[in-house]
Design a binder for this molecule. Structure first.
Ligand SMILES: Nc1nc2c(ncn2[C@@H]2O[C@H](COP(=O)(O)OP(=O)(O)OP(=O)(O)O)[C@@H](O)[C@H]2O)c(=O)[nH]1
Length: 397
């Protein structure tokens, strides 16, 4: 059974005023005093009023009836008042219990229909779950019973080790400030699938000075995938998969700033396909696209992981080579040129073409201090390579 969301005992407020024993003692004392006074003085008065023994005896009998009648009347009033009160109290309790059960049911339905999982857990290293809503199984693959009180495993076991430290820090910071927290992290489901969750919660002080966390978690894997897709679309060229022109600008800017800060050098290669128009004209645009992609893949796989290859536009590619001087950049450019030169590319069944590239090399800080200066220098060098007959590398001057 999932523990109740409202499982904290509600303190019962005792009614104020005199206790039942005091009140009862008062009532009985009054009854005793009145009764004794009645017996003592009524006999004397009856003796004075009825000197005749027979009349006196009758008067005593009527006096007895009167006593029984009056005490019976008082008893009736007291019991009637008390029983009416009891019935009202019972009715009230019945209605309160019904309202509580109804609220609990509504809350459970609400919790179970939440898109993610609502939880209440101890603020400890295991995130010991005290309550989880029915969405737990949809989100984690585990039933509430498996997670509650760390029965099969603790919730912290599900959190990806790469995220666990950061999540604990962010939650601790929010708890110490008394603020709510909002974190994103990866968990491993029961079926082994990793999903990304977004969690929002806050700390709550409960009895005995204990702190618990309460909140909700949602599966945001789809949103994350979409974000990654959008990011890829914004930074890469859809045809070749290389960085696009905008991302190239950002990377170059960042690299130049780093070079200026640490007084490093870096190189930029400007690559242009030779007689590419002929490929398009002879074999069609699709074949030209295939050539573009093949050369792009070759360049990408021929440089270091820190280097960036981008498509500047059309059949112009650029390569950013961090921390590289003029000589090494020239050698790298020559290596790339020679590899492209030797690459056979299938353009139609049974037909291969070989393409060549002209490469211009510019180096920071020798040939330019800004992105514009460096790009212009590398571009000029590439045009010089075209002039020298193509399929060659020219360094900027
Ligand atoms: N298939 C294909 N062709 C493209 C793409 N972008 C540009 N081109 C073609 O690239 C060719 C570039 O032609 P030019 O600027 O004359 O250059 P070139 O034929 O390579 O000659 P040089 O640069 O002087 O050696 C044009 O035919 C463009 O249509 C593309 O995305 N796909």
């Amino acid at each position: 059974m999932t523990p109740n969301w409202l499982d904290d005992p509600i303190p019962v407020q005792m009614g104020k005023g005199r206790s039942p024993i005091v009140r009862t003692s008062w009532a009985v004392s009054i009854y005793l005093i009145v009764g004794l006074l009645w017996i003592t003085f009524s006999d004397r008065v009856a003796e004075l009023w009825f000197p005749d023994p027979e009349m006196f005896s009758r008067a005593q009998t009527w006096k007895g009836y009167l006593f029984v009648l009056v005490t019976g009347l008082v008893l009736f009033m007291v019991l009637y008042r008390q029983l009416t009160k009891d019935r009202l109290l019972l009715n009230l309790q019945h209605h309160q219990r019904q309202a509580l059960r109804q609220r609990e049911h509504q809350l459970t339905v609400l919790m179970d229909n939440l898109p993610g999982m609502a939880y209440r857990c101890l603020y400890d290293k295991d995130w010991t779950m005290l309550f989880v809503s029915g969405g737990c199984q949809r989100l984690t693959g585990y039933t509430p019973e498996e997670l509650i009180n760390n029965h099969t495993l603790s919730f912290s076991d599900l959190i990806d080790p790469d995220d666990a430290g950061r999540v604990a820090e962010e939650v601790a910071r929010a708890v110490s400030r008394g603020e709510s927290f909002s974190v994103e992290y990866v968990i491993t489901r029961k079926d082994g699938r990793k999903i990304c969750v977004w969690e929002r919660g806050c700390s709550v002080e409960v009895a005995n000075g204990r702190t618990v966390l309460e909140g909700i978690m949602l599966d945001i894997s789809d949103r994350k995938a979409l974000e990654r897709e959008l990011e890829a679309m914004a930074t890469t060229d859809p045809l070749t998969g290389l960085l696009n022109r905008r991302e190239f600008g950002r990377v170059l800017e960042e690299e130049l700033a780093r070079c200026a800060r640490y007084r490093h050098s870096m190189a930029l290669l400007w690559v242009d396909f030779d007689h590419f128009k002929e490929v398009n004209d002879t074999w069609g645009h699709a074949a030209g696209d295939n050539v573009l992609c093949s050369v792009s893949r070759l360049l990408q796989s021929s440089v270091r992981s820190v280097d960036s290859v981008a498509r500047f536009g059309g059949e112009e590619l650029v390569v950013v080579l961090p921390e590289m001087g003029l000589q090494e950049a020239g050698e790298t450019a020559e290596r790339l040129r020679s590899r492209v030169h030797g690459l056979p590319i299938m353009v139609a069944p049974g037909h291969e073409v070989r393409i060549t590239i002209s490469v211009g090399v510019a180096v920071y800080p020798d040939h330019g201090q800004t992105t514009a200066e460096l790009c212009a220098a590398a571009d000029r060098a590439m045009y010089e390579a075209k002039k020298r007959g193509r399929d060659c590398v020219v360094q900027a001057t």
